[in-house]
Design a protein around this ligand. Structure first.
Ligand code: TZD
Ligand code: CA
Length: 537
């Protein structure tokens, strides 16, 4: 790094690599092109490059990894085309508040006006509105500062994806001497709710005759999970999980658990009627899906909304919002409320699973077999849309970080995210439960799992159709919609083609055996299960 006897010379590249380490990056998820190669030169030895074969899978893996580690994940994308391929996956990362730093390679600065091949025209606009911040620095010397800003932007206000485009000739330029300050920077968000606010909430909860809790994804951490359980038990209050949840912040067999709220205005309002106070914590109010208009809340029901995200508070159509650290505030509420001494009762048991027939398993049998076979600390990445009700009917999840689902419903999350979640969680077993339709959007993640030997058990529920869309077609009165069936796909051959040991299970005993083998393996495995058609609700 030194030239002659002069001062140390630093390039934009080596300052940027140093910043990656400073931000704890040990993995780059990427798919490269010529614009990206100069950045990848001389990567530090302790930074691994994990290659994904399609940018949707790259971002899905990074999303799972960031959600599992709770830290920003770093992604390298190829110019505009690679970014375009990644955008569907970005919709999920926005809704899950996943901190992702995306770096895309740009053509040489001096040539951009000519719009050469691989120029990313108006690069900073390309990912908006999905990214909360995006930039192409005005000159090479601003690149390290902008990269540092990207990491800070990715974690503020609950987290989200950010995008940085850098012309590839910038990396070899001299860094500004002042850049050394970047390496010592930190940004600390202090979002503790002031004491009078917490005391006011405690008073509201204590005064409520029939309070109910609606808990959301932000609480799916060790401390958040514990606070939710303690607060619910102290109040003897029913607990719902927020509509369209992508994480499970409460044990689903807990006697106070009532279910995941349906994602429709009228249905939520009906289910919460009779409660005088609804405390929503760590979720938007609310993330609806199915359009069933009505009043948001019944008369006499008041809503208090606790969120990390000022945007969520601003757009809610009802309730009094408090924007503060959700986990910390809920913990203080659990400490502060008057325990009501309500006998809470025992955890509930799943009902016997519905059975399939003719070589097809009912999804309930699949989930019951998984529940009985997989260790209690297994994490599930779920993307099987018509089997939602069957999943919750059969599963028994008692630990934080046990459930990951595409937060915006953008398919292609399941297979890649399972790879990232397993890499991020370390030793916990990971099972992906993915529909035959969904699997195709992220299928290339199987290759990365095989190459990196990531021990995920991929279970493909194959009913030969877009089951959830059949249900929706019925609901919306479109009985003859085209394009809903996906017959003739052999996932055993696809899995093997990508290097993942794969087999088919056509009965419970076979599934049990393959699951046990997969869970004992130190590499990935795939099980295709022919299943019967069910409805999501
Ligand atoms: N494309 C993308 C990227 N995301 C989507 N959500 C859809 C299309 C639309 N879609 C749904 O919302 S559910 C679904 C589609 C195509 C069917 C998924 O089929 P599956 O699961 O086999 O994975 P089920 O259980 O058969 O519904
Ligand atoms: Ca299907």
């Amino acid at each position: 790094m030194t030239s002659g006897t002069g001062p140390a010379r630093h390039t934009v590249r080596d300052r940027s690599h140093a910043l990656l380490r400073r931000h704890g990056v040990s993995v780059i998820f990427g798919n490269p092109g010529s614009n990206e190669l100069p950045f990848l030169q001389d990567l530090p030895d302790d930074v691994d490059y994990v290659l994904g074969l399609h940018e949707g899978a790259v971002v899905g893996m990074a999303d799972g990894y960031a959600q599992a580690t709770g830290r920003p994940a770093f992604v390298s994308l190829h110019a505009a085309s690679g970014t375009g391929n990644a955008m569907g996956a970005l919709t999920n990362a926005v809704s899950s508040h996943t901190p992702l730093v995306l770096l895309a390679g740009q053509q040489v600065r001096a040539t951009l006006g000519l719009e050469p091949m691989l120029a990313n025209v108006d690069a900073a606009l390309l990912t908006r509105p999905l990214t909360r911040w995006s930039s192409e620095p005005a000159c090479a010397t601003d690149v390290p500062r902008a990269l540092n800003q990207a990491f800070a932007e990715a974690v503020r206000d609950g987290g989200g994806p950010v995008y940085l485009s850098v012309p590839y000739d910038d990396w070899d330029r001299d860094a500004a001497p002042g850049d050394r300050h970047l390496l010592g920077r930190s940004v600390v968000e202090c979002r503790d709710a002031p004491e009078p606010v917490v005391a006011g909430l405690v008073e509201r909860l204590d005064a409520a005759a029939h309070p109910v809790l609606v808990l959301g994804p932000t609480l799916d951490t060790g401390a958040g999970y514990a606070a939710g359980v303690r607060l619910a038990e102290a109040l003897g209050a029913a607990v719902w999980v927020s509509p369209s949840t992508h994480r499970m912040p409460f044990p689903n067999r807990h006697p106070l658990f009532r279910g995941v709220l349906p994602a429709a205005v009228a249905h939520v309002s009906e289910l919460l009627a009779g409660h005088d106070l609804v405390l929503v914590a760590g979720a938007p109010v609310f993330r609806y899906h199915q359009h069933v208009p009505g009043d948001y809340l019944a008369r006499g029901t008041h809503l208090v909304h606790l969120t990390d995200d000022g945007g969520e508070a601003a757009r809610a159509p009802m309730g009094e919002a408090v924007v503060a650290d959700v986990v910390g505030t809920l913990t203080r509420l659990a400490d502060g409320v008057r325990p009501r001494g309500v006998a809470v009762g025992a955890y509930t048991e799943p009902a016997p699973a519905r059975a399939g027939g003719d070589g097809r398993l009912d999804p309930e049998e699949v989930f019951a077999t998984v529940r009985e076979t997989a260790p209690a600390d297994t994490a599930y990445v779920v993307e099987s849309t018509s089997t939602n009700a069957a999943f919750w009917a059969q599963m028994d999840l008692r630990q934080p970080q046990s459930y990951f689902w595409p937060a915006s419903g953008g398919l292609g999350f399941g297979l890649p995210a399972a790879v990232g979640v397993r890499m991020g969680l370390g030793e916990r077993p990971v099972v992906a439960l993915v529909g035959d339709g969904s699997a195709n959007y992220g299928i290339t993640a199987l290759w990365t799992a095989a190459q990196q030997r990531v021990p995920v058990v991929f279970v493909i529920l194959n009913n030969g159709t877009y089951g959830a869309l059949r249900w929706f077609a019925d609901l919306l009165g479109v009985p003859k919609a085209p394009g809903l069936d996906v017959p003739g796909i052999d996932f055993v051959q696809l899995g093997q083609g990508y290097g993942v040991p794969s087999a088919r299970a056509s009965d419970v005993a076979g599934l049990r055996r393959l699951l046990a083998e997969g869970l004992a393996s130190d590499g990935p495995s795939l099980i295709e299960v022919p299943t019967t058609l069910t409805t999501p609700h």
